[in-house]
Structures are given as C-alpha cells and as structure tokens.
Design a protein around this ligand. Structure first.
Ligand code: SAH
Length: 371
C-alpha cells in the first residue's frame, strides 16, 4: 500500500530576511508590501500567529497559517541571578538546547546570544568548549533568541534600546552565514532595528572569516579572544592558533576596517600563573602596538573540570596597570550571574539533551553534564 501523501512541510520564515520574505510572497502571487507587515508582526511585535496579523487580508492570513510557520526557541527555564543577570534556557525544534543571557544595566541592557549548540574550538578554559560541537544554529534560531528576550523583557519598543553581544555558546564566525543573516534580521528597520554599533561579535580569531566580516555592509563591532601574548602559549590555550596563529591574527586585526572612532576589543582571560605575569602584560602591549584596540581582561570564571584558577585581585590589578600605563584602554570584566552559571565560558546545557535526534553527546559533554 502506498503511504498516504503527507502535507508539505510548512515554510519556516523565522530566519528569512525581509527581501527573502518578499520573494516568497511574490512567488505565491501575493503583494510584496505585505512582507514588511509580516516581518514587523514577528520581529517588532513578537506575534507569530498569522491569524492575529490584523492588517493583512483575511484570505492571506488563512493561507499563510496553512503554509508557513515561525519557529521560535521554546523557553524551558529562566534563572535570575542575585545581580539581576538572567539566564534563558531554550529548547530547539530538534530537542537540542542553548542558552542566552540578559545582563541588565552595564550601563546599557545587554543580550548575550549563542551561535552554535556547543562549540568546536575547544579552548582549554571554556566549559562550552568541553561539549564539542553538536550543530550550527540557523539564522532563525539566532535571531529568535533576541526576539524572545526583547519581548520577554519589554525591550522591543522603539524607545527602548539594548546591546547584543554574540558571546554565548559557539564560535559565530564558524557559523558565518547564519550569524550574519541573523544580525541583519535583528538590525532590519522593519523589525527590531538594532543598529550595528550596538552589536559586538566575539571571535576566537578565524582569520579568513574576519576578512569577510570586514567587507560586510551591516558590520558589528569586533571582539577578538586573544588570551595569550606568544604563539606557544596561545597554541596551548586556544587550539585554533595552530591553524591561524597569533601573527596572522594580529595582521588581520591591523587590516580590519574599524569604524571611525571604533576599536577592536581584545579579550584576555587571566589564568593564575599561566598568562598573568608582568612579562605577559608587557608582551601584550607590544603585540597590540599600532592597533586601534582596547583590552578587556576576563579573570577566569573557574568551574569544575577546568584545570585553571582565577588569579587574585591584586594580580589582575597589576596586569591592568601595566597595560594602562602604556596607554592602552583596559577594563576588567565584572563577572555577572556566576551564581546561576551564566558567566563567560560557563554556558553549557547541563541537564542532558533530551529527545534529540541530532544531538551527539561527546564524552566531554557527558562529563560536563555530570558536573
Ligand atoms: N567563540 C567566541 C565567543 C566565546 S565566549 C570567542 O571565542 O570569542 C566570550 C568570551 O568568554 C571569550 O573571550 C571566551 O574565551 C571567554 N571565556 C571562555 N571561558 C571562560 C571562562 N571560564 N572564564 C572567563 N572567560 C571565559
């Protein structure tokens, strides 16, 4: 017997940019201008139910409800830290899980979003790195995190503003196309209209992708995870350095077209007795000579399974002072949300990945999940 013909799968428009939405509408014989309305309903107003899109013709609403869908990360849990930082745990359509973090008043409101389930970069001090990569997120899943947080927090209104840092789980430049499409979606005037200057993308230093990023019309601010002042040290802490070494990375930063008055942020995780000496600080100063940059020091957020310690405060201060004395702008990242494991490098889905066909649980991930 022939299996019954199943209805075609609905088109998921969560990750479509406005122009793509327009061509789909035109393709189905509907006027192009409705795309802007639909886009605004979804992204600006947070409405994903076509029947409620009251400025569309009734017949079109019915047709869209039959043939289109808007997938949205399902909120599983929200943890609020004593400092107000809020960690959102989401489940995706295939059962995999990701986290996003809301950091209030820094001084602006900031959303930290994920670009992958897990991460392939395996930085020695990062908990997410222990998971390995399960899969890339789609543009819809990346933009969806911003959409859900903005509406949940009442920050989607045009008179409210927030920043976005692509510093959650994953290496955004390893998932280049989906990440950039998502940024254009959240940046679109028809949607949440987040300006590029309010967005910062943090990369481990994938040099060819950085070159590409430098040519993007909608270009976020760039943060580079440096973490070391010489090749051998970076090889050990950031394995991708064996492919794109410090020298190539620094050259790429020198070529990067930072906006006028803009600067590249260099992130430097401080590991006790490993990369936190005065010599390291002085080497870092020399390394960054001639680059429009600033340094953000990240004293390690320690976690079980991470074989490093956080340096003492006076050690951090001494390191910062050496940089500042040489004229570098330097800040020390306050660790937010540590009590709910929402701090940098602590994002990991620690309660198992349920019902996930696509989820491959690596031994490292299984170990991390027990911690
Ligand atoms: N893949 C991107 C985004 C990573 S998360 C990148 O590498 O830049 C953002 C920052 O947190 C990175 O600089 C990352 O190296 C840092 N980080 C990771 N684990 C950390 C930890 N345990 N303590 C402090 N910072 C950490």
């Amino acid at each position: 017997m022939q299996p019954a013909a199943s209805a075609p799968r609905p088109l998921d428009i969560a990750g479509l940019e406005l122009a793509e939405l327009e061509s789909h509408l035109v393709g189905m014989g509907a006027p192009r201008y409705h795309a802007k309305q639909i886009f605004a309903w979804i992204h600006r107003r947070g409405v994903t139910d076509f029947a409620s899109m009251s400025d569309l013709p009734k017949a079109l609403r019915a047709r869209l409800a039959d043939t289109w869908t808007v997938s949205t990360p399902a909120l599983i849990r929200k943890d609020v830290s004593t400092d107000g930082t809020t960690k959102y745990l989401f489940q995706l359509a295939d059962g995999t899980r990701i986290e996003s973090v809301y950091i209030p008043d820094t001084p602006a409101q900031t959303f930290c979003i994920s670009s992958q389930v897990g991460c392939a970069m395996a930085c020695a001090f990062c908990l997410t790195g222990k998971m390995g990569l399960t899969r890339h997120l789609t543009a819809g899943e990346i933009a969806g995190q911003v959409r859900v947080l903005a509406h949940d927090l009442g920050l989607a209104a045009p008179d409210r503003a927030f920043n976005i840092v692509v510093m959650g789980m994953g290496e955004p430049l390893h998932n280049y196309d989906a990440t950039m499409a998502a940024l254009r979606i959240v940046g679109s005037e028809a949607g949440l209209a987040v300006p590029a200057r309010r967005i910062t993308l943090s990369t481990v230093g994938l040099v060819p992708a950085m070159e590409r990023l430098g040519r993007e019309p909608f270009m976020p601010n760039l943060a580079v995870s440096l973490h070391a002042s010489h090749e051998e040290q970076r090889d050990a802490l950031v394995p991708v350095n064996r492919k794109y070494d410090l020298e190539a990375l620094i050259e790429a930063c020198k070529r990067f077209p930072v906006a006028r008055r803009g600067r590249i942020t260099f992130e430097y995780v401080l590991l006790k007795g490993v990369n936190d000496t005065p010599d390291d600080a002085r080497r870092l100063v020399r390394l960054l000579d001639g680059i429009k940059g600033k340094v953000n020091l990240l004293p390690l957020n320690a976690a079980p399974g991470i074989p490093f310690e956080r340096p003492d405060e006076d050690r951090v201060d001494a390191f910062a002072r050496i940089l500042a004395d040489k004229g570098l702008t330097v800040s020390v990242r306050k660790s937010r949300g540590r009590d709910i494991r929402a701090a940098c490098g602590q994002l990991i889905v620690d309660e198992g990945v349920r019902g996930a066909r696509a989820a491959k649980v690596s031994p490292a991930q299984a170990l991390a999940e027990q911690l």
